[in-house]
Design a protein. Structure first.
Length: 342
């Protein structure tokens, strides 16, 4: 079989010269089409694209990156893939990146150390990314051992960048105020809080806003109960709350812990919402199927992911830097809240 046969061409890879011969145009014309240039006649462009399709030609992204200085690739460093919010955010980041013509490279961070974050950034640098979206715990970005390459565009999600990088996040504080105010407006004397881990940026802001709203209303501030985002921790804390007859309202920092609280209340024979009202945070799909359906604070994870990609691309392509961009939250009232028993 000669080197000019289609099979041989496929084995060695299709070049621009092959496409040029197939379309009967110059190599420069093929290059302009491959790089998305506008100065090509529409009929000629169509002929070149058809030739590319027939031959199976794929533009060399590495060569294009050398010419343009960009790789059209985004790195994502994410603390955990197990949480509802992170998976929804990652899904939105991937979709928004694809829509913008970028691929993503994901590096999970498991041990919560600044050194591991630095290693993840080094790995992404080797993968030739244009910038990085970081979805990590707050304290990791405070550690001096984190070393980022100079000039690498970075956007932070759900964490505290301390003015080092642009931040895109849910308005955590506003959501917690909505939840607390809802329960107070129903007539509850105070609101007990099941908080997330103390190392969590989101949990910290929800807890601070809950306490601030109680103090502004002149309501007592009960001791905080700290969970770990799981329904098991919510259940354990809920058992203690259920044993206290003075507890009539509970705000849990996420829906999974709220589910554990609901179970504990049912097991203790305390009716929800007739005796105890419960509010969650996230509005995960299953929240409407809890019993009773859960009143919760809706986060728009898709919007957070989309805006983080937009902010990073603006930084990569235009050099634009923005401070903190907050995505609003919304209270979704269902059947798990009601006025306190008279």
């Amino acid at each position: 079989m000669s080197a000019s046969t289609p099979a041989a061409t496929r084995r060695r890879g299709v070049s621009m010269a092959d496409v040029a011969r197939e379309a009967n145009v110059s190599g420069q014309t093929v290059s302009r089409v491959a790089n998305g240039r506008e100065n090509v006649d529409p009929e000629t462009r169509a002929r070149v694209l058809a030739a590319m399709h027939r031959l199976g030609y794929r533009p060399n992204s590495a060569a294009r990156a050398l010419r343009s200085g960009r790789f059209h690739s985004i790195g994502v460093i994410m603390f955990t893939l197990s949480s509802f919010g992170n998976m929804r955010t990652l899904d939105a980041v991937a979709s928004a990146a694809a829509d913008a013509g970028y691929s993503i490279t994901l590096i999970p961070v498991s041990h919560r150390t600044g050194g591991e974050v630095s290693e993840a950034v080094d790995r992404l640098s080797e993968e030739a990314v244009d910038g990085v979206i970081m979805v990590v715990e707050a304290h990791l970005l405070d550690e001096r051992e984190i070393d980022l390459p100079a000039g690498l565009p970075v956007v932070v999600v759900d964490s505290n960048a301390r003015d080092r990088f642009p931040v895109v996040d849910t308005d955590q504080a506003h959501g917690a105020r909505l939840a607390t105010r809802h329960l107070l407006d129903l007539g509850h004397r105070t609101v007990h809080h099941v908080a997330g881990p103390e190392s969590s940026f989101s949990a910290m802001h929800r807890r601070e806003a809950w306490e601030r709203e109680l103090r502004m209303a002149g309501a007592p501030v009960p001791p905080v109960h700290v969970g770990d985002w799981t329904s098991e921790s919510g259940h354990e804390i809920g058992r203690a709350l259920a044993s206290d007859p003075d507890v009539t309202a509970v705000f849990a920092a996420n829906d999974q812990m709220a589910l554990g609280v609901l179970r504990a209340m049912h097991e203790a024979g305390r009716a929800v919402p007739a005796e105890v009202s419960v509010v969650g945070f996230d509005d995960m799909e299953e929240a409407r199927s809890f019993w009773p359906p859960l009143t919760t604070v809706r986060q728009f994870f898709g919007e957070v992911g989309r805006r983080s990609v937009e902010a990073l691309i603006r930084e990569v392509e235009e050099g634009e830097l923005h401070g903190v961009e907050l995505v609003p939250t919304e209270l979704v009232v269902r059947e798990s809240t009601a006025p306190p028993p008279s």
